[in-house]
Design a protein around this ligand. Structure first.
Ligand code: PEP
Ligand code: MG
Length: 837
């Protein structure tokens, strides 16, 4: 792309694999706090200028240099991580401040070996330090050579001006919008992201109005509903490709579009009249009692105007940057914990914070002498009014996300500490809470939430459900008149906030809460004892863990051992594979955390959609049906070999059992058993550890008898077994309720596995999520399972459940379940036969 005053293509300053900032092992760079950019793991020893420009800064310790490009973009080139600590050792800076440099000119040479040995990592950064003025778009995320195109840098005012047309080929088309609930925040964010991937200016047209695809607010403001027909127009060198991509993005509903279901009308509720009770809409279920705690919204004093625009603009940008890095940190956490809802919500917030409609309006107010605080406030309020004026309940609820950003930026501008002190156990009342409020309140241990406004489909409602916090919305303004500290009952299931519960009612709710608590305590008190059924059959209740600290938790909670150590934790989110010694130490730490108990360690189950940065594998059309689990180990035998060597060194070895994931035929097991035998011989080990097979594809269940002939035990992975038996993606939000391992077909496969194992007197465990479901405990025992591997917090609960059961009765009744018509029918029958407390 030719450079002009607004756009610039940066060339690779180093050769090597490219990483996104999120993958850089440094919290500050990864959070984007220093600015947007990209990273390279360098293979060469010279850093070259990625563009023509002027050197504006050279680090005293010669490990970093900043170049200002001719379009004003300031590019920090930072070699390695924590390299400042080398005090210049191993670096030779080839330029000085104020030097004019040309594209590809060598800037800095370094001793690859010396620096590599002494720094945390050689991963080097290219960061746009004035990201508020420029947007970056990576051109490639593959390995690059010096001088190859790496990143587009676009001035933000270019983005805002995109609607003015830039010439070039034009393309247009029309399409029916398939997104549930229309073009609300997340689909709009997807459209924006799609449009950004092309060198084209794209617009949507609907109902006589138009909006540029780079403005989330503009797109939402069109109030496009589900099945509405819209026009798309694109102009620029990639107009055709952009059009096709946009048409397809508009016509394909987001798979997990459950957020948009059942919109709650913003029209006044027809409230039942009941003295002392406010009626609202349930956004997250539950029944709790506690003191009401009123949260007040932030108010601004009146602004006299006449401020210095340059100074206000600077303050404003600093505040925006601060909020961007806060949100980036929340996003990184959500990603780490695989919290898809939280990730999607805060990704949309990040996009809103870059929205030209919002920023331009605020900047215009600032230019007229308004204070940054009031400029931002007015800009948000105008957009909220616009969204509320669309007549769409769903879009009106998105105004809450804007108000969230309003508060966050105001707090950053006013320097007010972003903290509420709310007592644990309180029921929080507010006009409307925002997603950021909710994260903070949940961390403070509040018991429930209620809002005068808001809707059950708002982002805050999704988060409340995810955190198990009872939540009522749309309770009306009266909520805000209630006195601080008043005892209330929040009956979210019934849609009621009881403002004056009598002593009897309070006692009843508190008793239910106490009863739950008491039951938990009594279960915990007996959690360290073995679990036997009423007729004396011992069931091992062990834990699923992914690290030694989780193992220590499991031990403290009474686990009889570890039933599944997922070893992927050692291999992911890093730049190089762990060596044998690192692995040995990690496995040993898990054994050490478990006292005298056994630990079942599963060999690595990556591949498919779980990629390792240092192990490039071809992209898969169907990742879950591709190279994963034991199949990957066969394609890359050195990985499994290293892991087996590490496992064979733990002490005492008899406490370690090896488990193989995704086995589909007996030969896979025989092959690995043979390899383990060879390694034992080589390492002078006389007693091979036990080897088990995971039953997580139907082929393995159908061949359980043949597998059990050569395996020491079988462990059923019901998560994958459900996915592969029912042909339903285990992570598909729309199918979540149907991916139920209590489906009669799954129960038949479990029964078949136990029968096959019994022929060779092998034991069978369950390590999938079904083992943690107390409703399933009698069924699994009835079908012949003798080990349940559950989440550490549930050890006491599942042991307690085992102690209530009689094996013969479980056997008799569970046989009947195999003939039922659906998972729902099985669940219903389980509730009848073995009611939960
Ligand atoms: C399973 O599939 O049930 C299982 C325990 O393995 P994972 O969830 O790690 O795929
Ligand atoms: Mg699995």
């Amino acid at each position: 792309m030719p450079d002009n005053n607004k756009e610039l293509t940066l060339s690779a300053p180093l050769s090597g694999p490219v990483l996104t900032l999120a993958n850089v092992p440094d919290a500050v760079f990864a959070s984007g706090a220093m600015g947007d950019g990209i990273a390279i793991d360098p293979l060469n020893d010279t850093l070259y200028s990625p563009c023509a420009g002027v050197v504006i800064h050279v680090a005293r310790s010669s490990h970093a240099v900043t170049v200002r490009a001719d379009n004003g973009a300031e590019i920090l080139l930072h070699l390695g991580l924590d390299t400042v600590e080398l005090n210049g050792e191993g670096f030779a800076m080839l330029v000085k401040e104020s030097d004019r440099v040309s594209l590809g000119q060598p800037l800095l040479r370094y001793d690859l070996d010396k620096v590599g040995q002494h720094c945390k990592s050689l991963v080097s950064l290219l960061i746009l330090t004035n990201s508020a003025d420029f947007q970056v778009r990576p051109i490639t995320l593959k390995a690059v050579k010096v001088g190859e195109p790496l990143l587009h840098v676009i001035a933000r005012n270019t983005v805002a001006a995109n609607t003015e047309g830039a010439g070039g080929p034009e393309a247009s088309g029309q399409v029916r919008v398939a997104h549930r609930g229309g073009l609300h925040a997340r689909p709009a964010a997807l459209i924006r992201q799609t449009a950004q991937g092309f060198n084209s200016q794209s617009e949507l047209h609907f109902n006589g109005k138009s909006a540029p695809c780079n403005s989330l607010i503009g797109l939402m403001g069109l109030a496009i509903g589900e099945q509405d027909e819209v026009q798309v127009s694109c102009q620029g060198p990639e107009a055709n490709a952009a059009l096709q991509a946009l048409l397809s993005a508009l016509a394909t509903a987001l798979p997990d579009d459950h957020h948009a279901q059942a919109p709650v009308s913003t029209a006044p509720l027809k409230r039942p009249v009941e003295a002392g009770v406010l009626h609202g809409v349930c956004a997250a279920p539950g029944l709790v009692a506690g003191p009401l705690f009123r949260l007040n919204a932030m108010t601004l004093p009146t602004d006299a105007g006449n401020h210095d625009p340059a100074q206000q603009q600077q303050i404003f940008e600093a505040a925006l940057n601060a909020v961007r890095s806060e949100i980036a940190a929340t996003l990184a956490q959500a990603k780490k914990h695989k919290n898809a809802d939280e990730e999607a919500i805060f990704a949309a917030h990040m996009a809103l914070l870059e929205d030209p409609a919002l920023l331009d309006a605020a900047q215009q107010f600032i230019a007229q002498g308004t204070a940054a605080t009031h400029a931002w406030s007015q800009s948000i309020d105008a957009q909220c009014d616009m969204l509320q004026g669309t007549g769409s309940a769903l879009l009106a609820e998105r105004a809450n996300d804007l108000r969230d950003l309003k508060q966050r930026v105001l707090r950053a501008l006013l320097g007010e500490a972003w903290q509420y002190e709310v007592p644990a156990g309180a029921i929080v009342a507010a006009l409307e809470l925002t997603p950021s409020d909710l994260l903070q309140l949940s961390a403070q241990g509040v018991a429930g939430l209620c809002m005068a406004e808001g809707g059950a489909t708002s982002h805050v409602a999704i988060l409340a459900r995810g955190k198990g916090l009872p939540c009522l919305v749309a309770l009306g303004a009266e909520l805000l008149d209630q006195p601080q500290g008043q005892a209330v009952v929040l009956d979210a299931d019934g849609g009621r906030l009881e403002l004056a519960p009598n002593a009897e009612r309070l006692a009843e709710v508190q008793q239910a809460q106490t009863e739950r608590q008491r039951r938990r305590e009594s279960q915990q008190a007996k959690a360290h004892l073995p679990a036997e059924t009423r007729n004396g059959v011992h069931i091992e209740v062990v834990a699923n863990v992914a690290s030694s600290s989780e193992a220590a938790d499991a031990f403290a909670n009474g686990a009889d051992g570890v039933g599944l150590l997922r070893t992927e934790f050692l291999f992911v989110d890093r730049q190089t594979a762990p060596d044998v010694e690192e692995q040995r130490a990690a496995y040993q730490a898990v054994l050490d955390a478990m006292g005298e108990h056994s630990v079942i360690i599963r060999t690595i189950d990556v591949g498919g959609d779980k990629q390792l940065d240092y192990l490039p594998l071809p992209a898969e059309a169907n990742p879950v049906l591709g190279l994963r689990g034991i199949r990957l180990a066969q394609a890359r035998p050195e990985i499994l070999d290293q892991q087996l060597r590490a496992l064979l060194q733990v002490k005492p070895l008899h406490r370690c059992r090896i488990l193989l994931p995704m086995v589909t035929e007996v030969d896979e097991l025989l092959h690995i058993r043979q390899r383990v035998d060879q390694l034992c011989l080589e390492m002078g080990i006389t007693q091979r550890p036990e080897i088990g097979v995971m039953i997580e594809v139907p082929a393995a269940a159908l061949q359980a008898e043949q597998l059990a002939e050569h395996a020491d035990f079988l462990s059923i992975g019901t998560n994958d077994l459900s996915q592969y038996t029912l042909a339903m993606d285990r992570d598909h939000a729309g199918l979540a309720a149907r991916v139920d391992a209590l489906h009669p077909a799954l129960l038949r496969l479990i029964a078949m596995t136990c029968e096959g194992a019994a022929v060779h007197k092998r034991w069978v465990g369950v390590c999938g999520a079904l083992a943690s479901d107390p409703l399933a405990t009698p069924v699994l025992i009835g079908l012949g399972v003798s080990e349940l591997s559950v989440s550490p917090v549930q050890i006491g609960e599942i042991k307690d459940r085992v102690r209530q059961l009689h094996q013969a009765e479980c056997q008799r009744l569970s046989r009947d379940l195999l003939k039922l018509s659906s998972a729902a029918a099985v669940r219903h029958a389980c509730h009848q036969y073995w009611p939960l407390p």
